[in-house]
Design a protein around this ligand. Sequence first.
Ligand code: FNR
Length: 188
Amino acid sequence: AKYKVGYFVGSLSSTSVNRELSKALVRVAPDDLEFSEIPIRDLPLYSPDYDANYPPEAVTLKDAIHRAQAILFITPEYNRSIPGGLKNAIDWASRPWGQNAFDHVPTAVIGASIGDIRTALAQQSLRAVLSFCNARQMTAPEAYIKYTPELFPGNGAVTEKSTEDFLAAFMKEFRDHIARVLTVLPRG
Ligand code: FNR
């Protein structure tokens, strides 16, 4: 059986380097992982005023998370944290109180940036959020990816063997993490 993985790309940029990274991750992942992106672009800004009556975009978001057996976050770093659009999506998914879609969900975090910090602080920030949301996080390996157009020329290609092998190993560990978590916490 295949594991259904929903993934968030934390960037809304039409030229997102994290979307390039997502294509590479999907390409090198084990065959028993099946991917679908969970879009965040059209969500309104969350307010508790919506709790009694979620708008269709937010219902779709929560349904997509419930259908997935695991969630992968591929995010840039904005001002030493995660982009507001991604935080907004997580806030929607975590509410109304008592209906947190991330409860016990196997997750992993990865990100790419053009700078030398390589999203390390954004990932720490995201891990704190996911911890409060009671997601089951893969804690190792961590993956801090430095994007260059030479390394990721497009369509999921990776030109350096050591980087491609590292990304493949990361996804294999994620598969093993998902399998372990679902053994004790089955989903759908
Ligand atoms: C950035 N960038 C950035 N990079 C970084 O390593 N640490 C940071 O704190 C920030 N802060 C930041 C804030 C804002 C508002 C922008 C627009 C950008 C640069 C960032 O890494 C670069 O734009 C990447 O290309 C973003 O990833 P995507 O959108 O291309 O996937």
